[in-house]
Design a protein around this ligand. Structure first.
Ligand code: FES
Ligand code: FES
Length: 165
């Protein structure tokens, strides 16, 4: 038995056929579409390394069955930069040393992009709370928080620059 699936990933339409209804969005992205920027840390919803945006909302891709999101629009770290260069969050992570090994970074950045859309955090404390689902084993939290606040400030002064594509 096969299962048809239509997804838009980083603006590109994909018509796929699954032979297993248990395939997660994370495995689909990494193994079928070769978008390996989205990382598999725990594979059980505990680390946030697999965070992507699904219809504009952040989601742990390791917990999401692909078939449950038929017709959805996905954005991964590969789709974040614009034609003019890095997304403001990406630039801010570099400027603030928001990573060490970098394994958690795609998930951190995609989660931050979703968090900014949610418009729920405007202080370091609230940013840390809103980002608490994304773990960093290197402990780069100070840089991560500073980068996000910087990107939020950039968005406030140039509205639209940090909108997810
Ligand atoms: Fe998905 Fe850890 S790999 S939350
Ligand atoms: Fe290494 Fe976060 S930068 S896990």
């Amino acid at each position: 038995m096969t299962f048809p699936l239509h997804l838009v990933v980083n603006g590109q339409p994909h018509d796929l056929t699954l032979d297993d209804p248990r395939v997660t969005l994370l495995d689909l992205l990494r193994e079928r579409l070769h978008l390996t920027g989205t990382k598999k840390g725990c594979d059980r919803g505990q680390c946030g390394a697999c965070t992507i945006l699904v219809d504009g909302r952040r989601l742990n891709a390791c917990l999401a069955l692909a078939l449950s999101h038929d017709g959805a629009s996905l954005q991964t770290i590969e789709g974040l930069a614009g034609p003019d260069g890095l997304h403001p969050l990406q630039a801010a992570f570099i400027a603030h040393d928001g990573f060490q090994c970098g394994f958690c970074t795609p998930g951190q950045i995609m989660s931050a992009a979703g968090m900014i859309r949610e418009n729920q955090a405007d202080t370091p404390e609230r940013v840390r709370e809103a980002m608490s689902g994304n773990l960093c084993r290197c402990g780069a939290y100070a840089g991560i928080t500073a980068a996000i606040l910087d990107a939020m400030a950039a968005q406030a002064s140039h509205p639209g620059t940090s909108e997810a594509a």
